[in-house]
Design a protein around this ligand. Structure first.
Ligand code: ATP
Ligand code: MG
Length: 366
């Protein structure tokens, strides 16, 4: 074979708990699809979270951030665990993740909720409602009420104690998340639903105005608008109507968790966080699962699918991404299941074996 024409540097952040187990599987899948697609990866593995606390005393060492910033994409396992819940310095491993997101300036969080035909019974919804759901929530991640000022505690005119927060969005913040959403919709089913509360909130009125104005630049994307209360209802009533959803930070926080419960398989769900330029951050939505860590029980597919998102949204390697997605479906079709998605008559396997089967599927689909 010819020497690879392209090379990408990937920062691997295994982190804590099941993180190292699932990252190892995803790394092997990435290596294999790269060789099939004629490019190569240079992997740099650095510590984050509790693992970094133990090694260096901080959850995000400078070297970890600079390595991540200097790479083409970042793949994270999971962060945290009981071990660090009450450490002497009161440094939480999870602050490492917040610092990493801030350091990489990622403002768009992409969370797909796909009900795979093989796992339709895991859904919390009735089979006919769940079947065929394939949607993506694009959440604004760095603005809105979680960060807006003024915020704080005080007293009102009656001397009563108050807590207050502010929902603020600038046109710049809205435009950049809207662009990510239009581009995402374009790579998917071509439909974008913008969710807001424009009947009540000024920040939402501006949101709707800007999203509507930008739509003319994406004539191939069909735009609709929905109030968030209705969207919450529609997500459980008829989730199939959605392709790509774009919404602000707080609404996206809630709707993306709601959407993930439609699938019912926490071990299967990937995510991506993207910035304007610079590397994106890709990670499973599940946590470090300390209850099963180190036991070869973790489902690696959420991280494998995060690697597929890395290829598609981080590097633009859509063919390689499709190879991984197809291999995950093929592995499930062949009956392999980790404990979290296992039911009678299927082959119960551990994390490593599941990884081997994914590689086999990638190979067999060449
Ligand atoms: P965090 O605060 O880090 O999100 P959490 O306690 O909310 O952590 P998880 O760590 O995701 O949530 O674990 C929730 C449950 O789901 C646990 O019982 C865990 O074992 C299980 N779980 C999570 N991820 C996986 C996985 N990849 N494979 C199998 N089981 C998993
Ligand atoms: Mg959690």
């Amino acid at each position: 074979a010819a020497a690879p024409s392209k090379s990408y540097t990937i920062t691997l952040l295994p982190g804590d708990g099941i993180g190292p187990e699932v990252i190892s599987v995803a790394k092997n899948a990435l290596k294999l699809v790269a060789s099939l697609e004629g490019f190569e990866f240079k992997f740099k593995e650095v510590p984050v979270g509790g693992a970094a606390l133990d090694l260096t005393g901080v959850p995000l060492p400078e070297e970890t951030l600079s390595t991540a910033k200097g790479s083409d994409a970042v793949l994270l396992g999971a962060i945290g665990g009981y071990k660090w819940d009450n450490n002497e310095k009161h440094l939480k491993p999870e602050t490492g993740l917040l610092q990493l997101r801030a350091g990489l300036k990622v403002f768009a969080n992409l969370r797909p909720a796909t009900v795979l035909p093989q796992l339709v019974d895991a859904s919390t919804l009735k089979k006919d409602v769940a079947e065929g759901v394939d949607l993506m929530v694009v959440r604004e991640l760095t603005g809105g009420i979680y960060f807006g000022k003024p915020r704080g505690f005080g007293t009102n005119g009656n001397g009563e104690e108050i807590g207050f927060n502010t929902e603020v969005y600038t046109t710049h913040e809205i435009d950049r998340i809207a662009r990510v959403a239009f581009e995402t919709a374009r790579k998917r089913g071509g439909k974008l639903c913008s969710v807001d509360k424009a009947n009540v909130l000024e920040a939402s009125m501006l949101w709707r105005k800007r999203v509507t104005a930008l739509a003319s630049e994406y004539p191939d994307v069909e735009l609709s608008h929905m109030y968030v209360d209705n969207a919450a209802m529609q997500l459980v009533r008829n989730p199939k109507q959605f392709d790509t959803i774009v919404t602000n930070n707080i609404f996206g926080d809630i709707l993306s968790d709601e959407a993930s419960m439609i699938t019912g398989s926490i071990g299967m769900l990937p995510s991506a966080s993207l910035g304007e330029s610079g590397p994106g951050l890709f990670e499973p939505i599940h946590g470090s699962a300390p209850d099963i860590a180190g036991q070869d029980k973790a489902n690696p597919l959420a991280t494998v699918l995060s690697a597929a998102m890395l290829l598609k949204y981080g590097l633009g390697e859509e063919m390689a991404a499709r190879r991984i997605e197809a291999a995950v479906l093929d592995t499930l079709d062949r009956g392999y299941r980790t404990g979290d998605i296992h039911s009678a008559s299927q082959k119960l396997v551990g994390c490593k074996e599941m990884g081997e089967q994914v590689l086999k599927s990638i190979d067999s689909k060449v």
